[in-house]
Write a protein that binds this ligand. Structure first.
Ligand code: FAD
Length: 415
């Protein structure tokens, strides 16, 4: 049986980043996953490192928007009817948290993490030799109507107050940045300080390689075997049992599978999402991710092609994929950008792990000494992985945390 200082369960961008930060602080760390690093949710995202994030993803407002979703006509969202009764309390709480007051509370609570998101990635990329995946070209949001552009004005005004750069552009000004976009939109906003990556899997595996270079060990195993053994936490792996004083749960959407049996039930829901790669027609290309705000999808240039990612689908995490949203959004996507043939036969699916207040849980697990949590990064886990990893590593090693971790505590769900 092997003994380490810390076991990290889950090798997505969140777990790999935390394991790396712990190893950088001199701890002996075993990183346990049933798959290879970065092969689940962290594989398929749109690659945006969005340090400008201020407000949580909006809950659809207005009768028309809700009706379109209810009738399964909305390109931006989908649901499984059988899942709605289960997720209803979460949806009501989410809706409340995305109103004016909740959005401002989110912005204040999360600013310390988002404001360091890009620089934390840049540091790790420099150390891991992964700088070639980084694009510092921002991202572009396009708006097809005056109304959808006006809906974002509160967030943009707040961004201006905080000094976050953004440029409101007309159709032709935006086409100067992205000439391959067709003029089917009326407004665009360029956020130049956002970054993006051309291969999220490669970034996670580069961080994992740096972790092993620093002495960390990556082992295949099932996190559900985690249990107490004497004064330690033990997990059974393909290499035999591993013990450690501390264990960190960084299992993203699968965290409840091991926390539930330990009596820790936090209100996590899943927003499933899909992607598919497409070739570009002719010489078309994109220099940065582009979001079609009215239709809720993103076109992200990747090494594999143009990755089209979808908005939220409310369904059981493990239910069979139902990528119906593609049928609804493809006409809009093809009108915006000259997409050629699809590269894969079937879309990829992942589940964004989301708490109703859109904040992750980073800190101690309630009632379980030596157990730590770092999950629930929702729409922005790629963005927040490294900065969350720094914070949890500082907490686990008794160093002064770079910011007050109270807003991310699991205790916030206690009342
Ligand atoms: C369509 C889509 C687009 C997105 N776009 C962006 C974006 O542009 N920018 C951004 O910042 N974020 C984006 N996200 C969100 C981001 O991808 C996630 O928040 C992030 O990947 C979560 O990382 P994680 O490490 O917590 O989870 P994961 O990457 O899912 O890692 C969890 C790990 O746990 C392992 N595991 C699970 N169960 C077990 C078990 N029993 N035993 C052992 N191992 C286990 C899994 O194999 C997996 O490797 C997007 C998400 C989706 C779905």
């Amino acid at each position: 049986m092997a003994r380490t200082d810390a076991i990290v369960l889950g090798a997505g961008i969140v777990g790999v980043s935390a394991a790396l930060h712990l190893a950088k602080r001199g701890l002996a760390v075993a990183l346990v996953d049933r798959r290879g690093p970065g092969e689940e949710t962290s594989f398929g995202n749109a690659g945006v490192i969005e340090g400008n994030t201020l407000f949580p993803h909006a809950f659809p407002s207005g009768f028309g928007a809700l009706l379109r979703i209810a009738l399964k006509q909305a390109p931006e969202a989908n649901y499984h009817l059988s899942f709605l009764p289960k997720v209803a309390p979460w949806l009501f709480a989410y809706r409340a948290n995305t109103q004016v007051e909740g959005s401002l509370e989110f912005a204040e609570a999360m600013r310390p993490l988002y404001s360091r998101a890009v620089s934390e990635h840049e540091t790790l990329m420099a150390e891991a030799g992964a700088g070639r995946y980084l694009r510092k070209t921002g991202w572009l949001k396009v708006y097809r109507s005056d109304a959808s552009f006006a809906a974002g004005v509160r967030e943009r005004d707040y961004a201006s107050e905080l000094g976050l750069s953004h440029h409101d552009l007309g159709t032709e000004e935006a086409r100067a940045l992205e000439p391959s976009l067709a003029p089917v939109y009326r407004h665009a906003v360029h956020w130049p300080d956002a970054a993006s990556v051309s291969n999220p899997l490669a970034v996670t595996t580069a961080y994992a390689a740096l972790f092993t270079k620093l002495g960390g060990v990556i082992v295949k195993g099932d996190a559900r075997t985690l249990h107490r053994a004497g004064g330690a936490w033990r997990v059974d792996t393909d290499e035999g049992p591993i013990d450690a004083r501390d264990a960190l749960v960084a299992l993203g959407p699968w965290a409840p599978d091991i926390l539930g049996p330990l009596g820790i039930r936090l209100p996590l829901a899943f927003k499933r999402g899909y992607h598919r790669h497409f070739r570009s027609l002719g010489n078309a290309g994109l220099a940065r991710p582009v979001v079609d705000t009215d239709n809720g999808y993103c076109l992200a240039p990747m090494e594999q092609g143009i990755r089209l990612t979808t908005g939220a689908e409310f369904a059981d995490r493990d239910a069979a994929p139902t990528p119906e949203q593609f049928d609804r959004l493809m006409p809009a996507a093809r009108a915006l950008y000259p997409l050629g043939e699809g590269i894969e036969a079937q879309p990829w699916m992942g589940s964004r792990p989301c708490f109703a207040d859109s904040r992750p849980v980073i800190g101690r697990a309630p009632g379980q000494p030596g157990l730590w949590l770092d999950y629930g990064h929702a729409h922005w886990g790629l963005t927040l992985g490294p900065v969350s990893g720094r914070l949890i590593a500082e907490m686990m090693t008794g160093a002064a945390p770079f910011c007050d971790p109270a807003p991310y505590s699991a205790e916030r769900f206690a009342s």
